[in-house]
Design a protein around this ligand. Sequence first.
Ligand code: G4P
Length: 524
Amino acid sequence: MSLTSQVAKRRTFAIISHPDAGKTTITEQLLLFSGAIREAGTVKAKGKQSKKFAKSDWMEIEKQRGISVTSSVMQVDYDGYQVNILDTPGHEDFSEDTYRTLMAVDAAVMVVDSGKGIEPQTKKLFEVCSMRGIPIFTFMNKLDRDGREPLELVAELEEVLGIDAYPMNWPMGMGKNLLGLYDLYNNRVELRGLDGEEDSYIPLDEDGEAQGDHAFKQSSIYSQAMEDAQLLLEAGNAFDRELINRGKLTPVFFGSALTGFGVQTFFDAFVDLAPAPAAVEAEEEVVVQPTDERFTGFIFKIQANMNPAHRDRIAFVRICSGKFEQGMNVTLNRTKRTIRMAHTTQFMADTREEVQEAVAGDIIGLYDTGNLQIGDTLYTGNAGLQFKPLPQFTPELFMKVTPKNVMKQKSFHKGIEQLVQEGAIQLYKTYHTEEYIIGAVGQLQFEVFQYRLLHEYNAEVDMTPIGNKIARWIDEKDLNPNMSSSRNLLAKDRFGQPVFLFENAFAENWFKDKYPDIELKKLL
Ligand code: G4P
């Protein structure tokens, strides 16, 4: 198969959702449909098991279950498409990696609990996707339960997230009264099979009525759904593929991941509408096309310490163009050194396999002994190439950190420097006294940081939480000595740029009122 046709069949995406909205369950359904697993519960069981451990056992968990990497990326065949699903860990595993993963996908699936609507973590992840302008497909989950009114849920997408919505199908009832889906996209009614019967599909006639005689047509639930859907068709947003592609319009699907209802309909439309790998911009106005023969890729995540005895790490490479072949030589742009891609891995539901061949859009894991960094560019051929740096994300949690043993200052500094470079944590110092403060978007990052400093650099640290802060950057020229107070700690980032750590939104607003002409900036 030619590179072009292989690339055209790639669909690389992440599922974004708030914990418990149903990400694991819907992923599992996709694995079931694709034949990657045979029974439900396979993925879930692992998830469950991991929840039993305390947070601080994370590294141990990693060793014991060995699944964290495996479940980070999965490639399955769905209806002739090579679907790459990238995990965006939530719960206590939430970290900057979760955000960075979104830099390596071409689309996102947003799973919303229809009983709850948009929740905070969904909103945060959505904003990162929206900033990238990638298409976002919404699945309103848990339709088998009584949830909120569908119209309200759709309106919330527009009000809370600011994205226009286009309902692809419309629920006919919900909870115990869920009859099925009135499906505008496929011009049919998808009838929920009762008492173990299969779901069935009934085509619509020109008037939008389900064809033939059926008992459900007497139900007010059916006529109401039809009425609502027709109304939306006339008064709502128009279906516009271009807007979907730019992430300005989200197609909305309803269903129930747990019972599998509406899930296949969703994924069928998803593989059809979601884009194949797109061109990627590099420095110096170079644009890399996925079908360029030359292999290029960038590293968006490094999973350290899978096996502390060997200190091996896995660098996740998003292939941006060309074809990867086992054992090929590539150049690491930062150092211009040649790396042999001999130990690579690709991920399936339950196993890791040596990857022989992969193309643009695919993700491969490269075993690394400490030479690679997040944001690194790899390529074949002679011409240098550097993809744009990955963005930094505004941390929300902060800790003061000091070495326990003053004799080990050197390893402490070396360890911090390397972990910061790797993107494991963000480093700040108090502006005048230069005390170390580390920042993260999730608690887990602190634990990994502490663990790795000890095990890799032999540096034990004391960490004092200073809690949740709102970090806002300010231009050095705007700074005056009176601005800092107990409620807005002045620090500098690792590039020496001044940043205020505000106690809360109240403190930030107070500052803005007092200094209305001063611009406060955030990272993403
Ligand atoms: P997550 O990965 O987004 O955190 O969510 P996950 O799939 O683990 O689902 C969270 C809970 O919601 C699970 O229940 C799951 O069974 C349930 N769930 C997911 N999809 C649906 C759905 O469509 N309908 C209903 N009614 N429930 C759904 P749990 O009680 O935590 O686990 P379990 O004991 O049911 O397995």
